[in-house]
Design a protein. Structure first.
Length: 289
């Protein structure tokens, strides 16, 4: 069975938590884990072959592997790491004991989970995050001591680790998303762009587009677009011979009156006046909506 979930719906089950100082010969063969594996490297350097690609892991790197992802050690130098075997969801059929790796790709995964909001987790993933070692150390101690309720406490620690990793992934995802959106807006500023139109282009919800713009630019998409159009119009007025009406049309304004009104609000003068004394008004500065 495949579970389609959001990252906020996880209820992880930690099957094993331990610390390893170097890899055993076991990992020099191509291995397949039936559950998810998370490695947190604390020292040294290791090169893993993961699904036919070389990955270099060093101190502070987190490696997350989905079930049945083939991996083996190519080279290592004084490597140490924490290892967690886990499922993203607890179920009635969840095996409690640690499951050894297999050397055959014919085994079936314990659980198959696909993330609707973080598809990166469906593939091998490397993240560099600092400050996680105390949490992994506590989990490892709990697994060794196996005190009453140790499993629940391990799951709680691991939920905290995953939440930090997910926030890290989302922040990078948002940075890439807003970069792509701004590039698209700057290249299509003459079109009637709205949060809905931009969202449809990138398959994002309109509210998500607006939140990204406000968070990263301090402006709504509407205000950003107006400022960008006015900036472009200023360049046209200073360097070209197009009429005011033509410039308004080329910068995305259907109504020259609206264009002139916003232009004066931002620059302090009308487009025609700016054309005559542009450098003077630029020297006085400009307003932002």
């Amino acid at each position: 069975m495949t579970y389609q979930i959001l990252s906020t719906q996880i209820n992880p089950y930690v099957r094993f938590a331990g610390y390893r100082d170097g890899y055993s010969n076991l990992y020099k063969r191509t291995s397949y884990a039936r559950d998810c594996r998370l490695f947190y490297f604390t020292k040294g350097r290791v090169i893993l072959m993961i699904d036919k690609a070389e990955w270099t892991l060093e101190q502070g790197d987190v490696l997350m592997l989905p079930p049945m992802c083939p991996y083996k050690v190519e080279r290592e130098t004084d490597c140490a790491f924490y290892l967690v075997n886990f499922d993203y969801l607890i179920s009635e059929k969840t095996p409690e004991r640690a499951i050894p790796v297999s050397f055959s790709p014919d085994c079936s995964p314990v659980q198959k989970v696909c993330f609707r909001d973080l598809p990166q987790l469906d593939e091998p993933l490397k993240i560099s995050v600092s400050g996680l070692e105390p949490l992994f150390s506590n989990m490892t101690s709990l697994y060794k001591e196996k005190t009453f309720y140790f499993r629940s406490e391990m799951n709680a620690y691991f939920s905290l680790i995953l939440s930090q990793l997910f926030e890290h992934i989302l922040s990078h995802k948002n940075d890439k998303a807003i970069s792509d959106i701004i590039e698209y807006v700057n290249g299509n500023y003459m079109k009637p762009l709205t949060n809905k139109a931009v969202g449809e282009h990138f398959h994002y919800h309109p509210n998500y587009v607006n939140r990204l713009f406000v968070r990263h630019t301090g402006l709504s998409l509407h205000k950003y677009l107006i400022n960008y159009r006015i900036d472009t119009a200023i360049i046209m007025l200073l360097s070209g011979t197009d009429s005011i009406t033509e410039i308004a049309s080329k910068t995305g304004w259907n109504n020259v009156g609206h264009f002139s009104g916003y232009f004066k609000k931002i620059t302090g003068c009308s487009p025609s006046c700016f054309r005559e004394r542009g450098m003077y008004y630029l020297g006085k500065g400009r307003n932002k909506l």
